[in-house]
Structure formats: C-alpha cells, structure tokens
Design a protein. Structure first.
Length: 266
C-alpha cells in the first residue's frame, strides 16, 4: 500500500512517549487532519495498551481552537483514552484548553509525585481505592467517555453525549446524555448527578428512559442531587442526602430508604 509524502511526514511528526508524568502525545508541524490520521494509526496498532488510560498533548507553538481540541478528544475516546492536559507555547491554545477544563501544565502531577515521595514510610490516611478517571470538562453531543473502572465528570454531560463505565458514574453537573454504569454486568453500580436527567440510563442489563420532565425550568430549579441504582429488578432514584446516620454499608442504607421512598423519576 502506497502512502503520499504528506502522510509519511505526518506520521514522522507524531510520537507517543512515556514520561514521569505519564503518556504524552507529541504532534509536530504538518497538516492537522493528516496528523490526526497518523495518530489514529499509532493508537490502532496496540489499542489494548492505551485503553482506559489518559494522556497529555504537546503541540509546541501550534495554535488550536477549542473545536480542534474537541475533535482530538473525540478521536481519543474511540480508543477509550482520555485527554487531561494540553501543553503549548501558544497562548490561544492554552486558553482554549483551559476553557475545556484541561490542564495546561504538568507541574501539578510533579508536585503530587513529590508529595507521594515525602509520604513514603508514613501512615497513609487514604484507603485503598478503585480504578477511575476524572474528566474536567463539558462532555458535548457526539462525544463519549469510556472506562473499565469508575468515571467522574466535573461538568455537564449534554444530550447526545455518552458515558460508559464498568463501575459507577458520578457527574458534578447536569447529566442529560446517555449513561451506562456497570457495563461489565456490575448490578451494584450507581449513577449520581447534581441534576439527574439522562435521556437513557443503563445499569448492567437494566434500562430506564427519561420521562422528559427535565426540560421544565421549574424541575431544574427544584431538583436535588440524586443517585440511581438497581433495586428489586428495576432502576430507581433516591435523593443523595447527608451521610449522617448512615449504616456502615452506605448501599444497605440506601436500599433501606428506597424501600419506603422510591422516586417516580424512572
């Protein structure tokens, strides 16, 4: 199969390197669309290696718009990779990345690494956790976020967007897209949001659809944070209340409440 000179050059200007701050994608000079094609080819060679990971993007002096960064983010999401930082000498690119909730420096991760070194040998307060990714941006229509563990979104999930997680899905914002928690069959997975109004909600093999009342301004003004979960063979929703008085197993307490006060949302 023959390739044009432009494709060959673009492929040479795309590299993915492992650093102390994680994986960094370097995109050099060249046609933007050709670079994206070359990047997709690299990711497609070993998709299992990148699946569920997160990457930083280094574009040097290249000026990018928010739309171009969103296109890149959508490409990465097809390989179940999330973009968390954009490094650039361009002020315009930095501004576009910041508007999307992306980091523009790796300094934070270096600081975290130093703190971790200082904590070695000391008693740790944080308990053992589970795999999760944090997405700090609005997930727009046509975009998707997929992860084998938990997914946490700081921002809105717009209609037409999709979130798929093997574990729980937590949205610190309006959830109005399609979500599938417990995609690996985990019926104990939950979906929580400040405004829980998805068009389609799935937990393991259970499905619930929106009744459409989330379009009401009065509904959004009166809504409280909610959590959806599987109970007695169906998806139900319960207000996310203060944790005072919870049993040792918070889920058992949630089910106890649900037995008396099931939401009619679903």
């Amino acid at each position: 199969m023959e390739h044009s000179g432009v494709e060959t050059i673009s492929r040479a200007h795309v590299s993915i390197k492992g650093t102390s701050d994680g994986l960094v994608i370097h995109l050099g000079p060249g046609d933007w669309n050709s670079l994206l094609i070359a990047l997709a080819e690299k990711l497609d060679r070993t998709p299992s290696f990148f699946r569920g990971g997160r990457v930083a993007l280094n574009v040097g002096p290249r000026q990018l718009t928010a739309s171009q960064l969103e296109t890149l983010g959508t490409l990465l999401s097809k390989f179940q990779v999330s973009l968390w930082a954009v490094l650039s000498d361009s002020v315009e690119t930095q501004r576009a990345a910041a508007e999307m909730g992306l980091e523009t420096s790796l300094a934070l991760s270096r600081t975290e690494h130093l703190i971790s070194e200082q904590l070695n040998g000391r008693e740790r307060v944080i308990a053992d956790g589970e795999p999760a990714i944090l997405v700090r941006r609005i997930v727009r229509s046509g975009q998707s976020v997929c992860h084998t563990g938990h997914v946490i979104i700081i921002g809105d999930v717009n209609p037409g967007a999709e979130i798929v997680a093997g574990g729980d899905i937590i949205v610190w914002g309006r959830l109005r897209g399609n979500v599938h928690a417990g995609s690996n069959g985990n019926e104990r997975a939950i979906v929580g949001a400040l405004v829980l109004a998805p068009m389609l909600l799935r937990i393991a093999g259970y499905v619930a659809r929106s009744p459409g009342r989330e379009d009401s301004e009065a509904y959004e003004q009166s809504v409280v944070p909610e959590v959806a979960f599987v109970h007695n063979g169906q998806i139900v929703a319960e207000p996310w209340r203060a944790t005072d008085g919870l049993y040792g197993d918070w889920r058992a307490d949630l089910l106890r409440r649900a037995a008396n006060t099931l939401s009619t949302w679903f």
